[in-house]
Write a protein that binds this ligand. Sequence first.
Ligand code: G6P
Length: 369
Amino acid sequence: EQIEKGGYEHFMLKEIYEQPQAIKDTYRGRLRADDGIIKMAGMEDHMEKFVHADRILIAACGTSWHAGLVAEYIFEDLTRTPVEVEYASEFRYRNPVITEKDVLIVISQSGETADTLAAIKLAREKGAFVFGVCNVVGSSIARESHAGAYTHAGPEIGVASTKAFTTQITVLTLMALKLAAAKGTISRTELQRYLTEMEAVPDKVEQCLQINEHVKYIASLYQEAPNCLYLGRGYNFPVALEGALKLKEISYIHAEGYPAAEMKHGPIALIDEQMPVVVIATRYGHYEKVVSNIQEIKSRKGKIIAVVMEGDTTVSEIADHVIEVPEITETLSPLITTIPLQLLSYHIAVMRGCNVDQPRNLAKSVTVE
Ligand code: G6P
């Protein structure tokens, strides 16, 4: 096992560090930025289904569901096709409206999650086209879908999903770009620009990994916290959910993710000097609004850990701690902002003496209801 861990203390840490390569492996052979070409055989063979779909439904569980939420922002923004994201476990039991003009995308690392498999069965019965995004080659979900695309993340051993999440987002982004190009909702120049930015992601993830010691220091200050709140907006709202899930899964600290603006409808009541609040405060459209959320937290004495973009000065002045990540276009930003949150939860869990790779009560793959 020590050899398999490749010198890392835990599989989770190894898998966090594998992300630059895993993301590269996911897009390698699929994109040609110069020509604005994305090759994905599973999609090409059924392009008409995607182009003429009334809706895209996405069903998944856990971290894969969070990747689905990110995909909702990306698909709607780039392709203008309406998207609905569902917990597979709810979808299968609520008599959902599904037609032959719907495309269902299922997302699963293991390809064996029982509820996700059941969602496929239901959608197929109603005549929808099912596309699987899986990591495990030849898995049940890969076999039961009409077509699909693998994430090529390599084996993920740690129960808390890390590289599966970022590679899922990579595949889903390529899919959205490919559909957008086919529908003509983005220009060729825009497509080329996105693909060039995608090729820069692995180096940017690498840069995030280089601030590990700083994140570890922040972890040491908050390892005893009983609760933690994560806030983000837009594309980074699902990143906040995923950050909170990661922390609660492996450190057993109660954590909640919220869209930043929704804070005043509940979580703000919890804020006092004991409450660390992780805020993703990247410089996009709603930046000023997130800054005012940070001020509200500050005035209630909450402790702010802000993930900001390089060179940020506004948030740095108010936050208790800042974690700087490289500049990137908003569409691809979840691939970057997620990294420090993975490291933060990892270090807190290690400091609390938790079994990081095999947290209590959790399974890598949930094959029963
Ligand atoms: C379990 C795992 C999670 C995973 C979820 C969905 O809860 O512990 O890490 O996100 O199942 O699994 P899947 O294999 O379908 O992505």
